[in-house]
Design a protein around this ligand. Structure first.
Ligand code: NAD
Length: 254
């Protein structure tokens, strides 16, 4: 029960395979009150099905591109929980056409869309949630190694993740004054709806599992474990960091 007495939000969840769902589920099992977000009404329906019968979970709706929805969410969260202790940003989007072939072909609109939803949204959400974040709060975002390496087909999403990780460092500096920590979790490839948008996902997963120092499969559960650490007081000296959850793949050279 590492999170007894803590309350927070995990945005967004698509289905039971979502990394956000694994994190929300683990947080609730560790005693937290967890608000779980769906991007729209359809997703909210799925979130409600997942949270049904879980007394310490509640469904919310927010589209990160719609400011009115962000403001309405903050009001609803405030009414429900008062202040919150954690916020998990687990959302990304790019046009499917921009997740295959040559990065150089990315359109201006495709670039803007990917960066807006996948990186700027963290800044926007932190600004909106700052007034209701408790001291000692913890914020985390989900990134991927494509932010620092040129990974085939990851393309514009790699650029968005680089912006996300840089945003985490600036937000850590801004919010550190209030005792709020901001970090990045960087999992290796995991089979989810969003990940399937990247061409060749299955090959990526096999490649990473074969070449990583730890010779076993990893998935949502491993990511959730690190998220619980970051939400809990065990990590109270940790901010602005990127934590890789990829069986160590990121350290391998030849
Ligand atoms: N699956 C992987 O291999 C992997 C690896 C590293 C990082 N990540 C990151 O993990 C996070 C969660 O992705 P996932 O793999 O669990 O996939 P997922 O499809 O289950 O979750 C992605 C979520 O983003 C939401 N989203 C998209 N646009 C949004 C918007 N405008 N407003 C609000 N929500 C929006 C979707 O509704 C969806 O619920 C993403 O940031 C992703 O880039 C995933």
């Amino acid at each position: 029960m590492l999170l007894k007495g803590k309350k927070g939000l995990v945005l967004s969840v698509t289905n039971e395979n979502s990394i956000g769902w694994a994190i929300a589920d683990a947080a609730a099992n560790h005693g937290a009150e967890v608000g779980v977000g769906g991007q729209n009404d359809k997703m909210r329906g799925r979130v409600e099905a997942l949270t049904e019968g879980r007394p310490n979970m509640k469904a919310f709706t927010v589209d990160f591109q719609i400011d009115e929805q962000i403001e309405a969410l903050v009001e609803e969260v405030k009414k429900t929980y008062g202040g919150i202790d954690f916020f998990v940003h687990s959302a990304a989007f790019a046009n499917r056409d921009d997740l295959s072939g040559r990065f150089i072909d990315t359109s201006r609109d495709g670039f803007k869309l990917a960066l807006d939803i996948s990186a700027y949204s963290l800044v926007r959400m932190c600004k909106a949630l700052e007034p209701i974040m408790n001291e000692e709060g913890s914020v985390m975002a989900l990134s991927y190694l494509g932010s620092v390496r040129a990974v085939s087909n990851y393309n514009v999403m790699g650029v968005a993740k680089a912006a996300l990780e840089a945003s985490v460092r600036y937000l850590a500096a801004d919010l550190g004054v209030k005792g709020i920590r901001v970090n990045t979790l960087s999992p290796g490839p995991i089979n989810t709806v969003a990940a399937r948008g990247v061409k060749g996902l299955t090959e990526m997963i096999d490649y990473v599992h074969e070449r990583s120092p730890l010779k076993r499969r990893f998935g949502q559960e491993e990511v959730a474990g690190s998220a619980i650490y970051l939400m809990s007081d065990l990590s109270k000296g940790v901010t602005g960091q990127v934590i890789y959850i990829d069986n160590g793949y990121n350290i391998v050279g030849m």
